[in-house]
Design a protein around this ligand. Structure first.
Ligand code: E4P
Length: 225
């Protein structure tokens, strides 16, 4: 499962990249609005940092397919290789996805609240389909169940599209989808930090350090004892 950061704060992205095995960055218009920078200024900064190897997902905001396609061309022109244009999985979006596939532009189908949206997006040529786990839960449905079902629908129908699960509230949800072998998950920085945070682990590590210092002296380690 690929692991991406759902954020646009460059300092947070740099910090998370330093510590965790991150595969890329996803953004949406709300995330960009929080930065208060011009959209392409923030996005170019992220692209420069993640390099061509890092995935960058950027959303189009037009209501009509023609506008989505026009935006997608500008997005890939500005941000280059390995940039996925996020297209909402609505009627106009499906039309845009098919045209973008024809033009060889990579698409992440977004705003997915139901498995059928994901199936249609996959048939339209999207590389990824992004179900919104937390938002589906908040509607009284099962977000994790929907993401698993979408993964199974893709496999059972021979579709190459991968699930890029989004909108998480905790690390258990990420683990559950990791077990199921979904393609990717994008998580906010606080959820990323929570993936392996555990007081029992911290205590165990601190106990080892204390025992070693009792043996070898305060401040000593295996390089200095
Ligand atoms: C991903 O495609 C979405 O833009 C994002 O993950 C939504 O997350 P939220 O529900 O926390 O806003």
């Amino acid at each position: 499962m690929r692991l991406l950061i759902d954020d646009a704060q460059i300092d947070r992205i740099k910090e998370l990249y330093e510590y965790y095995p991150v595969d890329g960055v996803t953004t949406n218009p709300t995330i960009l609005a929080k930065q208060g920078k011009a959209p392409y200024e923030a996005l170019r900064q992220i692209r420069r940092f993640v390099g061509e190897a890092g995935q960058l997902h950027v959303q189009a905001v037009s209501r009509q397919a023609e506008g989505m396609v026009r935006e997608a061309c500008r997005i890939v022109e500005e941000l280059g290789e390995n940039t996925y244009v996020k297209i909402p999985s609505v009627k106009e979006g499906f039309k845009a996805m098919r045209e973008l596939r024809r033009r060889g532009i990579l698409v992440t189908a977004t705003a997915i609240y139901s498995p059928m949206q994901a199936f249609l997006a996959a048939k339209c040529g999207a590389s990824f389909a992004a179900p919104y786990i937390n938002r589906i839960d908040n509607m009284g449905y099962d977000g994790i169940g929907a993401a698993k079902e979408i993964h199974d629908i893709f496999k059972n129908n021979g579709l190459e599209t991968q699930v890029l699960a989004a909108s998480f509230k905790n690390s258990m949800q990420v683990l559950e989808l990791c077990r199921h072998g979904i393609g990717a998950a994008t998580v906010a920085p606080d959820v990323m930090e929570g993936l392996a945070k555990n007081q029992a682990v911290t205590t165990a590590v601190e106990d080892f350090i204390r025992d070693f210092e009792d043996l070898a002296g305060a401040g000593k380690d295996m390089g200095t004892c």
